[in-house]
Design a protein around this ligand. Sequence first.
Ligand SMILES: Cc1cc2nc3c(=O)[nH]c(=O)nc-3n(C[C@H](O)[C@H](O)[C@H](O)COP(=O)(O)OP(=O)(O)OC[C@H]3O[C@@H](n4cnc5c(N)ncnc54)[C@H](O)[C@@H]3O)c2cc1C
Length: 509
Amino acid sequence: MTDADVVIVGAGPAGLMLAAELCLAGVRPLVLERQPHRRDTPKAGGLGGQILELLRYRGLLERFEAACTGPVPAPRFPFGGVHLDFTRLADPPLHALPLPQQPLERLLEERAGEVGVDLRRGHEVTGVSQDDAAVTVDVRGPDGPYQVIARYLVGCDGARSRVRDRAGIGFPGTTYPEVNRLAQVTLPDAVTVLGDGGLDVPGFGTIRPGFTRTDHGLFGIGASPGSQAVSLYTIEDESAEYDDDAPMTVSELQDSIRRVLGVRLPVGEALRLSRFTFKARQADRYRHGRILLAGDAAHLFPATGVALNAGMLDAVNLAWKLAADLHGWAPAGLLDTYHGERHLAGARTMVHTRAQVALRRGHDAAAEALREVFQELLADEQPLRRMGALVAGSDIRYPMPGPGHHPLAGTFAPDLTLHTDQGITGVAELMRPARPILLVLADRPDLCRAAEAWRHRVDIHTAKTDQRPADALLIRPDAHIAWAATVDEPADTAAHALREALTGWFGTP
Ligand SMILES: Cc1cc2nc3c(=O)[nH]c(=O)nc-3n(C[C@H](O)[C@H](O)[C@H](O)COP(=O)(O)OP(=O)(O)OC[C@H]3O[C@@H](n4cnc5c(N)ncnc54)[C@H](O)[C@@H]3O)c2cc1C
């Protein structure tokens, strides 16, 4: 029997991110992963959204960029068969890295190792039970079964989460009766590739890059940056449910293409083959007592490109709150804000990914018209920016307790350039250690004095910035603004409000 403060089930992106963030917050979790080695089934082809900003705030983005498979492409994003094209914008609201999930997991595991995470591979969690004081975890390890007693357990164990089932947490939603197959393949000489990247397929005719609809499904062609291969994509209505970790074969791809196009398309070597079904499901609660959920265990969205962002941001939101609880200074209700905030964020992602299903799945003239109208709207900058922020998850404003908040409270802290006594720095730089920050941006010694008693928990910085968004910002370790000083507020009211915010988020000193 072993004891642990926190057991994390699953060393996927959510579990590894959570583990590293917990270590930064001074808690050493035990990660139990059933696979003896890092998996090689291809899953995500890239990482995008607000998590990239967060990685930059932790000083990790350069490392992730260096591991990309090709040049970072100009931002374009498929949105239910319509394209969000940000190439015209100098400062696009959505960024993505061509960083497939395998190198992503390697980097996250490396980082977890650097900060001291205890990761046990080949250890499968077979049972979970809890009482008021602890969680009992049954594990099957290489040397046989054993138990761990933990103060908390987080299920980062993916779509088919056993933790979620054992905790009795509902996972309502829809599984769409369609299967997506995605491949990167070389094409034999017998296939004519046209100048624009399209294909001339005998028996079918010319197929342009992008999506082609037939009566039997959707066929897509795309360039494969940095290689001679092409990306091929099919979507067919099919009610079979697959295990996402079960590998796909070239003949499965070819059969699918034949069904969709009605003709055979020869393919050469496969560099990547993957298949997935779309589900729209969200756990009805992210916390049940001492058991919490994050990542795919908590939500599955019916569109690509958003799941890693959502799952890794869950982890960042949860880590410091869990650590505060374990360190004994969490104010009442802090841990429950994890569900309050991240369930809300998940529901927002669900709204736009479900909208993508409606846009994508319609086959009739009305659906065609809807896509056309949508594409037309997205030619304008303002709606394009709004959709970009929605997909990135950067427009989330977490609900703040109590009345009368500054408009910035609950939003992601901007990376202001800061002039300090030590030189020029930025919010991103200050967020590296993942500690709470009080950033005083005006001549407000009253606010510094009010926060003095929290100095052991909250870093206090005074700085000047060109476009001051508020006299002071209180920033949580997940880079969200907990409180901002309201302009023209009398000094004693502001100091009182700051003390309340400090107590509400970071406990009594
Ligand atoms: C083909 C495909 C393409 C995708 N493309 C994208 C994309 O482009 N962008 C994007 O954002 N997302 C994409 N996704 C989704 C993305 O892969 C998932 O959202 C992501 O892997 C979820 O991470 P996670 O850590 O929550 O769970 P997982 O990655 O599923 O990790 C869960 C881990 O838990 C372990 N585990 C499970 N049960 C136990 C147990 N009982 N005991 C111990 N360990 C256990 C598993 O072995 C696994 O390692 C794609 C998925 C697929 C299948």
